[in-house]
Every structure is written in structure tokens, then in C-alpha cells.
Ligand binder design. Structure first.
Ligand code: SAH
Length: 222
């Protein structure tokens, strides 16, 4: 079967080349984004138990009851950011660190915020292992953004907000783009693109998605 041509028959693992073909088939066109997904080893960002599924196009559980996003969603959101080499980018929801590592290949510097210390530490270890030097990570409440580093060229939120956080809009440069899922926990969430303009904001609804919720405040433990 054509479908199994790309599988490694000895390990049953799905190779990254197959993932890239799948992303292309789903409409991801930006060669730089596809290259970044191809080169960041997602296997390093998932738990050992799921290593066979590291290059499957699906979200997977990580510690603290959170998830690493589906590669298609990572690619789609990254493409929408239209990253430039000089961009300063803010990510809310470090999680495994995978999305941040993909962004780091495509822009000057990534600032990423996570509310669980455990996830923050694991992500930092991975960045070090991979020799990624242009990510600055912190533990905190991403709903407030990172005022000391603002403004940002681009902002990406990888957890679903009930409403668009006003502090994040404030921390976006004029002409800047923010991509975020908005909607209730477990309900219908829609990916939105907010572009800050001279006159205010442009707000576009893009795609139905399912993310873990954006929760206010630092996590009490872990
Ligand atoms: N980008 C991540 C996806 C992680 S899931 C990856 O590539 O793996 C979303 C993450 O957002 C979770 O780890 C969750 O703890 C975090 N999160 C939720 N609310 C937050 C908040 N207010 N501030 C910072 N992080 C938050």
C-alpha cells in the first residue's frame, strides 16, 4: 500500500517526511515553516511512551494535564504569523516548548510564558539540549503578557481564551499580528487573527480548533 511506503517497518514509527507531505496536502505552503517543522525533532518534546507517534499529525498528552498541539495546528498558526527574521515574538503557553522551538527557527527572538514550573523547566532543558539560544522563557500568567519586553511584532497564544486578553492587544506593535484560539473550555473555539492597525484592530475568524484553556494566574503547585 502506498500509505505504508514511508513507514519504517522495523520500528512502526512515522517518519517526519510523511508528516511534511501531509501538511502540504492540508494546504501549508510556506517552505520556511515546513522546513522548521522538518528540522525540529518533535520526538524530543513528547513523552517516551508516545515516541512512536511523535511525527503523527495529532496532539499528545504532556505533564500537568496539558497537551502538545497537533503539528498541523502548529504549522497553520506559524504560517499565519508571517514571521520575519527580525521579529520579536511572544508565545503564551510554553507547554512542551515545541511551538517555541519552531518559532525560534524563523525569527530573531521568542519570549514564552508558562504557568506550570514543571513544564517551564522541561522546556528549558530541551532548548539547551538542542542548542537553541534565542528563546527566553519564564513562569507567569501569560494573560498579562510580558510588559517589560513589549511591544512585540507577533503574539501567539496556544491555550484557549474566553475573550481576547486586552493586555496582549496592548503589547502588539502597530502592524503586528496575534493568532489565538477564543472560546469556552471544551466548547467551540475559533482561531482568530488580530492585526493591530493605526485605526484600531482587524479581527478575523479562521478555523474551528480545540485547545486546553488559558487559565489565569501562575499554577499553585508544580
Ligand atoms: N505551545 C505548547 C502547547 C501547550 S498547551 C507546545 O508546543 O507544547 C498550552 C499551555 O498553556 C499549557 O502548558 C498551559 O499550562 C499553558 N497555560 C494556560 N494558561 C496559561 C497562562 N495564563 N499563562 C501561561 N501559560 C498558560
Amino acid at each position: 500500500m502506498g500509505d505504508t511506503d514511508f513507514d519504517d517497518e522495523e520500528t512502526g514509527r512515522i517518519p517526519v517526511a510523511k508528516l511534511i507531505l501531509g501538511l502540504r496536502a492540508q494546504g501549508i505552503r510556506d517552505a520556511r515553516v515546513l522546513k522548521a517543522i522538518e528540522t525540529v525533532p518533535r520526538a524530543l518534546f513528547v513523552e517516551e511512551t508516545y515516541s512512536d507517534l511523535a511525527y503523527a499529525d495529532r496532539s499528545l498528552p504532556i505533564d500537568c494535564g496539558q497537551t502538545i498541539s497537533q503539528p498541523f495546528v502548529v504549522a497553520y498558526m506559524t504560517e499565519l504569523l508571517r514571521l520575519g527574521d527580525r521579529d520579536k515574538v511572544l508565545e503564551i503557553g510554553t507547554g512542551s516548548g515545541y511551538q517555541a522551538a519552531v518559532l525560534a527557527k524563523l525569527c530573531r527572538r521568542v519570549y514564552t510564558i508558562e504557568r506550570y514550573r514543571t513544564l517551564h523547566r522541561q522546556a528549558e532543558t530541551r532548548f539547551k539540549e538542542l542548542g537553541i539560544a534565542n528563546i527566553t522563557a519564564m513562569v507567569g500568567d501569560g494573560i498579562k503578557g510580558w510588559p517589560a519586553q513589549a511591544p512585540f511584532d507577533k503574539i501567539i497564544v496556544t491555550a484557549a481564551a474566553e475573550t481576547v486578553p486586552p493586555d496582549l492587544v496592548d503589547q502588539l506593535k502597530e502592524g503586528g499580528i496575534m493568532i489565538l484560539p477564543v472560546g469556552p473550555v471544551g466548547g467551540v473555539q475559533v482561531l482568530r487573527r488580530i492585526v493591530r492597525t493605526e485605526a484600531g484592530v482587524e479581527d478575523t475568524e479562521l478555523l474551528g480548533v480545540r485547545f486546553v484553556p488559558l487559565v489565569p494566574g501562575k499554577a499553585a503547585q508544580l
